[in-house]
Write a protein that binds this ligand. Structure first.
Ligand code: AMP
Ligand code: GLY
Length: 423
């Protein structure tokens, strides 16, 4: 069949890499892709938000199945348009994708269906928001309701920080329309964990556990990024914890979403806090994690295309997924300055040498090719991913590959996986 993957990050490179191995895949396209994806798929220069362009390409080229990587086109309704045109598409419809697009909507779902989450309130007016902060005190968390590229959450240690957060989001409009409404919530204490399940509307299948590192510097210090690395499995999610998460969070969500007219299909990515009381939902994303997807795809033994198709066609109750027992770990290499300002265009050498190491794959994120040279073209640029018998072994192997990459303008954290090493 002819498959089109939408996106240009390391997540989409790993999805293309996995899908390309399937016997069912006759032709693989990626829009817009990057220099690494170009080696496993035919890249087509259509931006992810050009829904008309994507629809035209699908129809002109007889694409059978579209896998949508990022949240933007999901929230914008790409899956709805594809389904209306009779094309199979992996990912939720716009109504279901709103669980990522509006934090308040997810909190209301939790309240209505008794899904454990931090106590909260929603406001579209700054004075009322500040009054709530005065009553509840700090620490407290202030969030822009809409999509803010992972930056719309402000953890406030005292009330003044919380008032300033309200001004920043609602009055200075730091996140534009995404901050027209805020969610204010109790600060949860515990260890964070990500949980991924494939959902076909009725059935949910847990994927292997994974954890990312959001902070830019070693020791989980510094500003948050899209993710500086990830590993699987994540020891914080034991088998017991997994069944609690499925029973207390994932299944009530699927039933509630369907009852509320937003039946969910695709991958449901739950950001959790494992507290003393048990798992609590921080937020939902409606897509695979980036970079968590990269080590997960390295561990997947089953046919990735068949897995995504089964989810799309409502057949998850009929499949079982096979995973390697090995651990896997991804180190993100980013351009100096990220997540602040950075320059594009520096040359990266040594990728072939590093990629030839056994059990190592280098997934590209922000790269482009120019006359045979690979150039950095974004903030997060490379995802150096390795397998190992343990997270520690995967970590050693990934950093060995990093050491072979010659890119003076790039940097990475040196401690990815630290919580899981030695387990
Ligand atoms: P979100 O974009 O909602 O996942 O929030 C980004 C980050 O803020 C999360 O990964 C957590 O580290 C933190 N966070 C969000 N909500 C809370 C909360 N209620 N309590 C503690 N930390 C939180
Ligand atoms: N790794 C964080 C995210 O995908 O949102």
């Amino acid at each position: 069949m002819k498959v089109l993957v939408i996106g240009s990050g390391g997540r989409e490179h790993s999805l293309c890499w996995a899908i390309a191995k399937s016997d069912k895949c006759d032709e693989l396209y990626c829009a817009p892709g990057n220099a690494g994806i170009d080696r496993v798929a035919i890249t087509v220069p259509i931006p992810v938000d050009d829904l008309d362009g994507i629809m035209d390409f699908v129809e002109d080229n007889g694409v059978d199945f579209v896998v949508v990587g990022p949240e933007g086109p999901l929230v914008a309704g790409l899956v709805d348009r594809l389904e209306a045109a009779g094309i199979k598409a992996f990912g939720p419809t716009a109504r279901a994708a709103e669980y990522e697009g509006s934090k308040g909507l997810t909190k209301d779902l939790c309240a209505k269906y008794s899904i454990p989450t931090a106590e909260y309130a929603r406001f579209d007016e700054p004075d009322a928001a500040k009054e709530y902060i005065r009553i509840h005190g700090a620490p407290i968390v202030v969030k822009a309701d809409g999509l803010a590229a992972g930056k719309g959450v402000i953890l406030c240690r005292n009330e003044n920080e919380a008032y300033a957060a309200i001004d920043h989001i609602m009055i200075e409009s730091a996140f534009g329309e995404a901050g027209a409404e805020v969610v204010i919530e109790e600060m949860l204490v515990g260890e964070e964990a990500s949980f991924f399940a494939l959902v076909d509307g009725k059935t949910a299948v847990a994927l292997v556990t994974a954890q990312d590192h959001k902070a830019v510097f070693d020791g989980d210090e510094g500003p948050n990024t899209g993710g500086m690395g990830a590993y699987t499995p994540a020891p914080v999610i034991t088998a017991d914890m997994e069944s609690r998460i499925m029973d207390e969070i994932i299944y009530p969500t699927i039933r509630g979403a369907a009852a509320d007219g937003r039946p969910y299909k695709g991958v449901l990515y739950a950001g959790l806090m494992i507290t003393e009381k048990g798992p609590e939902l921080i937020e939902y994303n409606v897509r695979f994690g980036d970079p968590e997807c990269q080590p997960m795809m390295m561990r997947l033994k089953s046919d990735a295309l068949e897995m995504l198709l089964a989810c799309t066609e409502g057949r998850l109750d009929k499949i079982t997924l096979d995973w390697r027992d090995d651990a896997a770990l991804t180190v993100v290499m980013a351009t100096d300055g990220y997540p602040g300002a950075y320059e594009k265009g520096s040359e990266i050498k040594g990728l072939d040498r590093a990629g030839r190491l056994k059990d190592v794959e280098i997934f590209h994120a922000g790269t482009r090719e120019d006359d045979g040279r690979i150039l950095a073209d974004g903030g997060r640029v490379l995802n150096v991913t390795a397998l190992g018998k343990t997270v520690g072994e995967a970590q050693k192997r990934a950093y060995k590959a990093v050491g072979l990459i010659d890119w003076p303008q790039g940097f990475c954290r040196s401690d990815i996986g630290w919580r899981a090493v030695g387990d």
